[in-house]
Ligand binder design. Structure first.
Ligand code: NDP
Length: 265
């Protein structure tokens, strides 16, 4: 568990991750290790920012000297509307430059890197969830040639995602992994120790269950998936991939990925 601050109490600093909740984030540990590996005296904090305080919190952090922030749940859509960003089709942003007012979404290329590293042939994937990160997952998988089925607890949000992402997605009325070689959990259910519903008895043999979430212990989703025979993958590789791309966007330097991976592994 890392040290974190309420946005009203945040000290001056260089970079930070903001979101709500934030206590679980390994980003401070990982980015601090990256700057240390390059001999840079740069700080990176975790700051809790509820959605309603997004703009005043950014104003305060900019006044305190912060150059950039990573943005996590539930602020990625707000971040996209706050900044100028390259249009990658997701409508979300997870990395901001507070000085320039610009942003980028490193979740999309970061997620694609991690899926490619799984070494799977593209086939049919089940995506669970329809929040900010689901947009990166859906577009990322589609561009890698996957057919996508999607289930979200709130159907209207799933419909909105499909309209926003403009890639072919089959919306499901049941969370069935039938025919899928990859199941990606993009929900934040794990933050409260829960798993999204999945009809596990329809799981295909040899499939991979990928949870974007990570923690000290396997998430409930990964526990259920592996108990039903899937290969489980958690979100640490994605944490490093998207974090390394953010680091490079801010600094223009190659990120020391080995050092970053070592502290979160
Ligand atoms: P959002 O708040 O934008 O979306 C949350 C989604 O989770 C919604 O679809 C919501 O459904 C669903 N959900 C929440 N609780 C439950 C539940 N109990 N059962 C079923 N569905 C649920 O979050 P993000 O998309 O930004 O982030 C999602 C998760 O991905 C977070 O845990 C985040 O930490 C993780 N993540 C990890 C990354 C990494 O680097 N490893 C990178 C990006 C994200 P509904 O619409 O019905 O409310």
């Amino acid at each position: 568990m890392s040290l974190w601050f309420e946005w009203q109490d945040a000290p001056s600093g260089d970079f930070a991750v903001i979101g709500d909740p934030i206590a679980h984030s390994l980003s401070p540990k990982m980015h601090t290790a990256a700057y240390a590996a390059l001999g840079m005296d740069t700080t990176y904090h975790a700051v809790r920012v509820p959605a309603r305080d997004f703009v005043p919190a950014l104003d305060r952090m900019r006044a305190l000297g912060y150059t950039g922030v990573n943005v996590t749940v539930p602020l990625k859509e707000l971040a996209a509307s706050w900044c100028d960003s390259e249009r990658d089709g997701t409508g979300v942003v997870n990395t901001l430059n507070l000085v320039k007012g610009t942003g980028v979404n490193t979740d999309l290329p970061g997620f694609q890197e991690t899926v490619t590293d799984l070494g799977l042939e593209s086939g049919r994937a089940l995506v669970l969830g329809a929040g900010g990160s689901a947009r990166s997952v859906v577009i990322g998988l589609s561009r890698l040639g996957w057919d996508i089925a999607l289930f979200n607890r709130t159907h209207t949000r799933a419909t909105a995602l499909v309209e926003a992402c403009a890639v072919p997605v089959q919306l499901l009325s049941e969370p069935s992994p039938a025919g899928c070689s990859l199941i990606v959990n993009t929900t934040s259910a794990g933050l409260s120790g829960e798993s999204p519903d999945v009809t596990w008895n329809e799981l295909e043999e040899g499939s991979v269950a990928y949870d974007l979430m990570y923690g000290n212990e396997p998430t409930e989703f990964l526990c259920q998936a592996t108990a039903h025979g899937a290969r489980g993958v958690d979100g640490r590789a994605l944490l490093v991939a998207q974090g390394a791309l953010s680091f490079e966007w801010w600094t223009g330097l190659p990120a020391p990925r080995d050092a970053m991976l070592q502290v979160v592994a």
